[in-house]
Design a protein around this ligand. Structure first.
Ligand code: GLU
Length: 312
């Protein structure tokens, strides 16, 4: 059984980019007779209050994209809110730590930005390994004053995966990624670890998400392997751009669902997105169900898509 998922971080109302990803995840799973799980990625609980998650569920139902499992409806693979999963992340972290795969890091963000280090594809600093050189005594002395973040060691080799939509993707882990944080200094587990633990235990077999997360896939593939889990198939979808070329963000209230709902029916929004994704030749109203007949990843462009002014 194909198990797809939505994994939103509800820090505000959905925008068209989020809706587009949910539509593609839904079509990809449902066109193969699969199901969709909703997991709320509220690791940063202060930024993702429960009210936003509840609103997101209403919005998905309004769009005709209600999930089959998870969210407030629960299901057999709960918890479905990352804010409730700390013990599960802790267990995975302890496992990696007991195998000597993680080490404490006391570097601050400003120290890292100041260090002469190459930047990875998504702009993150490739960690130069500073704290790896600390002796146990130095670690103990520093830890007495300051709680460390924890980094996962990466291999000095390339990780390659085949994206179901974008094809082969390769990253040299030591030079393009670097040892990365899986637990922050404030004790919050990082997205990279949480997403793997959760997709693994929820039996997710395919992940559909925006191209902005493609470069984090090798990190996740590495964690899958270390935890003895089979990675899902990844499909990275085109980003939707504002007419002026910038990427959408939740701060752009003008393309949030709140605004769109005042102007359009759900079928109009789905139809316009389907046109943008090359799933139909006009932007006439459609339901997600209507699109099942025509959906194929081959039709979806592999480049960023600019929203037409009427959708913005
Ligand atoms: N929670 C992430 C986001 O909203 C998505 C994570 C994922 O799809 O892997 O950007």
């Amino acid at each position: 059984m194909i198990v797809g998922r939505y994994a939103p971080s509800p820090s505000g109302r959905m925008h068209l980019g989020n809706i587009g990803c949910c539509l593609l995840a839904w079509l990809s799973a449902k066109s193969k007779g699969g199901k969709i799980v909703l997991r709320i990625e509220d690791l940063d609980a202060a930024r993702c209050p429960r009210a936003y998650a509840d609103l997101l569920e209403q919005d998905l139902a309004w769009l005709g994209l209600a999930p089959d499992e998870g969210g407030s409806a629960g299901g057999p693979n709960g918890p479905y809110y990352q804010s409730e999963c700390t013990e599960l992340y802790q267990a995975a972290f302890d496992d990696l730590k007991s195998r000597g795969l993680v080490y404490p890091c006391f570097c601050t963000r400003s120290q890292l930005n100041a260090a002469v280090a190459p930047h990875g594809e998504d702009g993150h600093v490739v960690y130069p390994g500073t704290c790896l050189k600390l002796t146990p005594e130095e670690v103990a002395a520093r830890a007495a004053k300051q709680a460390p973040a924890w980094r996962l060691r990466v291999p000095n080799s390339s990780i390659v995966y085949i994206d179901g939509h974008m094809g082969r993707y390769s990253q040299q882990m030591a030079t393009e990624c670097g040892d990365f944080i899986i637990r922050r200094a404030d004790g919050v587990f990082a997205y990279q670890l949480a997403v793997v633990v959760d997709d693994g235990r929820m039996g997710v077999t395919e992940v559909v998400r925006g191209m902005d997360l493609r470069s984090s896939t090798p990190r996740q593939a590495w964690i899958y392997g270390l935890l003895g889990l089979t990675p899902p198939q990844f499909f990275h979808a085109p980003m939707l751009l504002a007419p002026d070329g910038r990427r959408l963000s939740k701060r752009d209230g003008d393309v949030s669902l709140e605004t769109l709902q005042k102007r359009y029916t759900p079928e109009q929004i789905i139809g316009k997105l389907a046109y943008l994704y090359n799933l139909q030749d006009d932007d006439e109203p459609r339901t997600p169900q209507d699109l099942l007949k025509v959906f194929s990843w081959q039709r979806i462009p592999t480049w960023d898509l600019t929203l037409p002014p009427d959708l913005f």
